[in-house]
Write a protein that binds this ligand. Sequence first.
Ligand SMILES: N[C@@H](CCC(=O)N[C@@H](CS)C(=O)NCC(=O)O)C(=O)O
Length: 235
Amino acid sequence: MPAPIQVWTWPTPNGHKVHIMLEEVGLPYEVVPINIGRGDQFRPEFLAITPNHRIPAIVDPEGPEGTPFTLFESAAINIYLAEKTGSALLPKDPATRYRCLEWTMFQMGGVGPMFGQYNHFANYAVEKLPYAIERYTNEVARLHRVLEKRLEASAYLAGPDYSVADICTFPWIRNADRRGIDLATYPAVKRWHDAIAARPAVQRGVAVLAENQRRGGMTDAEREVMFGRTQFAVR
Ligand SMILES: N[C@@H](CCC(=O)N[C@@H](CS)C(=O)NCC(=O)O)C(=O)O
C-alpha cells in the first residue's frame, strides 16, 4: 500500500477536481483542510507547498525520485496522478492524449478563470458593475456553447472515453444554476454531466469536506481575506 498523498484543499471546483481524481485512481489520501474564507491559504506551512496560495496542492511522500514531492495547479496534479498510477484517464494513444490535454487546457485557461470571474462580479462583489457582469455572463454562455458542440460530436471531451479532461471540467458545470445556466438548454452537456455525476468515485470526491461548502454569498470578513489580503500576500 503506498503512503497516503496529502491533499491540501477546500470544497471548491478546483479542489473537487483532485478529490475526484484521487477517488478514481484509488490512491490513499489524507485531507488537510485549508479554509480559504478564514485565510488558511496564507499560512507559512501552506506557502511552503505552493507559492500561489491557492488550493489545491498535494504532497506525495513517494514522489518521482522516491522522496516527498509537492505540486500545485489542479490539472498538473491530475496529470501527475494519472501518470503515477498508469491510469487510462490520461489516454495512452497519442492523438487521444493530446485531445485530452487540449480540453484540460481549455478548462484551465477558459472555463475556470471565466466562471471564477463571473462568480466574483455577479455573486461576491458588493459593488455590482454591469459591464463586468455582462462580460462574464456572455463568456460563461459562450463556453457552455463550445462544450455543447464538442459533446454533441463526442461522448466525452477527449473522445469516446471519460478522462482527466472531464474530471477537470465537471466540477465547474455542476451547480450551473449558480451561474444563471439552465443545463436543460445544453442537452449534450447535460447528458455528459449526468453520466459523470452518477459515477461512485465522483460522488465520493464531491463529498470531501462537503459540510464546509459555500451555499450563498460571502461575509465581509471572507471578502477581506480573499479580495483584500490576497493583494499583499506575495511581495
Ligand atoms: N489554477 C488554479 C486555481 C486555484 C484557485 O483559484 N483556487 C481557489 C479556490 S477554487 C483558491 O484557493 N482561492 C483562494 C483565494 O482566492 O485566496 C488551479 O486550478 O489549481
